[in-house]
Design a protein around this ligand. Sequence first.
Ligand code: GCB
Length: 612
Amino acid sequence: MKTLTLNGKWLCKPDKDNKGIDFKWYLSQNFIRNDPELMEINIPSSFNTLKGYEVFEGIFWHFKKFDFDDEEYSKQDKKLRFNAANYNTKVWLNGVFLGEHDGGFTPFHFNLKKSLKDKDNFLVVRCDNIRKKSRLPAFSFDWFNYGGIYRDVDIISLTKNRIKNVIIKTNLVSRNKSIISISYEILGRLALEWEIRDVNNGNLYYRGEISESTGKSSFSLTTKNLKFWSPSNPKLYKLMIYSRTKNEKNLLFDSNFGIREIEILGNYIYLNKKLIRLKGASLHEELVPFGRTIPYEEREKDITAMKALGFNALRTAHYSHDEDLLDIADRLGILILEEIPVYWMCDYKSNDVFKVAAKMLRNLIKRDINHPSVIWWSVGNEIPIERPEVSKFMKRLMKWVRMHDNTRIVTYVSMKLFSDLTRRHADVACINYYFGWYVGSPRLISLMLDVMRTPAFNKPWIYTEFGAGAKVGTRKKWEDQTKYSEERQLHVLDYSIRTFNAKDYLAGWFIWIYRDFRSLTRQNEYQTGFNRKGIVSEKNEPKLINHRIPQILHKKRELVNTKVLGIILWILLYPIAYIITYLIIDVAFIFSEKKTIEDGKKIERRRRSKES
Ligand code: GCB
């Protein structure tokens, strides 16, 4: 496989009136070199990193000239590959429309047939990040809407006879035995040779040969004394598959993998047959000033810092992050919970929207299936699950995921205390609730958990979000209850974590969030455009709670037993809670959020013009 990167200098310009398609900006003869609107952009990066376009939501066109002058590869299949671009991407090469893609966080590609030339190729990419009802997410979401080509772009050249869809699955047989199953598909006809080696020292452990064949196939082997992968011992092996002829051996595929098994039994999660409680935080893919295009070393610093706090898991909110993060997680050892941006209010009645969600999941699973760090696929976050159409949407999506991967946890994340009966269909039941911040006090957590678990009694529960905002440097006594003080955040999180640790059926908890992140709707004097629930600021400055976490990671509170009371309360309160959420809360939510995004943009613009 040959790869030609298209990263680097591109030209771009906004299309505020959406006239580019009518004026055929994709034709090289219509490209005007001295167009005053043209700007240089370093791809990958979001157009929101350009001066003057920091809060722009609209259409941007990107232009790139390149050569692909290589005789050797002329007979091979070529694909133009985007690791991600947000949200709708339309692509032309040398005036020919290659196609379009919807969705902001998963890879996609276009087959290049006759349109690719040796010299002077003219590639044009139109991206728009406009909020729409038909998109995922739709209008309102609590993160920054970076638009454009913010992950790598390249052209890959593939031999006609090749191997694809290589899936490595592992099962444990005993303390030192495991089964590795490998499935794959051959395009054309090939004889294969495979090897399993140690990633660190290259030592060969197993090898085999497969005589010439075509189509889908699989094989498995029982291994002895290979080490298992876990956060505390992230042992990696490498699978290499070669094509084999009498005189030649060519590498077709290689991938790191780990031997590990994740299981659910009753209220507990097991990793490699040992009970594990997931403890960690969520993270948005964002770092000032890089936006989402975060350098590898910075991602590595994040994981190292999380591990130093004692965390064993990370939730990549609310969409898939760059694959670099997963390589780091595999290598350094942290479990990853992945999800797609089916978030808040979307058009759950639309079959087209369902198809986009299903495609996102399929592409995500395809990309990440061999990463040992990834243990879960979540198909949605804080959706209005009490509605029949939403419940149906979630159940269908979970079924779809299980068809593609039956070796990981499948779930969705809910914020409904009473009115969620769909949790019974998920492998683990999840709850987001901000006691001590948006509502009540963390003292309520224990009872409320006992209430809400009633309809999903036999599942492990995960507290997927809890938190409190704090602006670095805002210091007050926590008893003053001053919002955004580091002390108040410390109190809420400390109390919550000790409570969670004391609940036997709670299989894990995730702080919202590791780092403060941009959000247009967050504009009070402490927030200034950021969601401040991070345990570090947007500049990675640790807040008070950060120093406390290692001390309380496994500490438990003494709790009053409210298990029976919980069941009784659920039965009494369910009907009324259901009606209230169905009729009032969701509707209020939609209206309040839509308004604040536009207001937020105005405030951001004003602040930026004052600052400059
Ligand atoms: C939530 C959402 C998350 C928000 C967070 C908050 O429940 O899942 O996306 O950012 O609350 O800070 O309100």
